[in-house]
Design a protein around this ligand. Sequence first.
Ligand SMILES: *Cc1c(COP(=O)(O)O)cnc(C)c1O
Length: 458
Amino acid sequence: MQKQAYDEISKEQVKNWDKKYLWHPFTQMKDFAREEPLIIVDGEGVILRDINGKKYIDGISSMWCNIHGHRRKEIDDAIKGQLDKVAHTTLLGMSNIPSAKLAKRLVEITPDGLNKIFYSDNGSNAIEIAIKMAFQYWQYKGHKKKINYVSLQYGYHGDSLGAVGVSGIDIFHAVFKPLLLKTFISPSPYCYRCPEDKDKATCSLECLGKLEEILSKNSDTIAAMVIEPLVQGAGGMIVHPQGFLSGVKDLCEKYNILLIADEVMVGFGRTGKMFACSHEDVAPDILAISKGLNGGYMPLAATLATDEIYNAFLGKHSEQKTFFHGHTYTGNPLACAAALANIDIFENKKVIEGLDPKIEALQERLEQFRDLKSVGNARQCGLIAGIELVRNKETKEPYSWEEKIGIKVSYEARQRGLIIRPLGNVMVVMPPLSIEISELNNMMDILYESIESVTETS
Ligand SMILES: *Cc1c(COP(=O)(O)O)cnc(C)c1O
């Protein structure tokens, strides 16, 4: 890391420029402009350092994408090496070495049957592509009425209009309603607030019954089901009960509907396996990946499809059967080189094999959080956790939106050297997989103290 933080003059300048010119994503700029901005200068491993020289643990993996830590030499070198060859060339009608190599690697490491890769540059696009692919597939197969989708309540699949159309988080999406696709929303298996009022002992996955009702009535108009396997991320780190995903897969097969697995967040080891689908031996028809794909270095995404889907697009020139999609930076060689280095680290350092002790450590630490007065539920899947804060533990009464409880806890944590970002009243824990157990303990200490100080002293 650089020894010095920014000098005083440039420091003030940068803060002013940020406030004056930058429009931040998902941010109320009126509030933001009043606060001292957090501006990162550099980082190493799980630590980020701001413009004032203060250090923080990156508890959100820089928005859920960093995997092996910052300034990871192998990935740095891979990008530098490719930069000495060529930074970008197009995949439209031609190819480049890193994108072809990466395509082969991805087919090898993803669930069986996904043999074709379509690149793009972010998770929303990976889903947009999946949705268009599914639609076009059915058109070519002669099922012209299959134009709708099914997804889960609280699902999040990105911000482009197609992706918003299959998402189920009202607060983000209500405003765009008039512009969106027709989507059937099935209940989320959100066990802490079970839609069927069951608990672990009485649950027999009734929520799958609701999905079956939708499918049995509408399967002739439904192209695909879109799902975040195992954990619904932006919806509040909702961890699904075992058997839900495979149940969904069975229903999709029964009703002749494609399954689109959105592993944009859960892919690349977050759940303890390379891909979440593998926990239940599910092979989707289409898989979307992005965030962890190149270790959190550069914008890159991929949509993988089966031969069955790919083959439906083959035909004579005169048939004009083409997948009508593509971006300027599709298959960018720098991003693909970084992704190859990312996968190499997984293999060379046996990253997945080394996760168990970390996952257990997180589990132990979460146990202690459950004693806090305001912690209604602390749920975990792999190295992902969601800690849901409630006003009343008995009744599960949530804190009201106006109380900004998640934001207050995050702000407190930031003062104490931890970057986290809440989802409403849910505190999200998602460190890089490379976090050491001692760092994980530091992170959980800070989070515990921050929750305690915000919710028990006011
Ligand atoms: C983040 C996310 C997306 C969208 O990815 P972007 O790169 O932000 O467009 C889609 N699906 C899931 C599950 C995500 O977590």
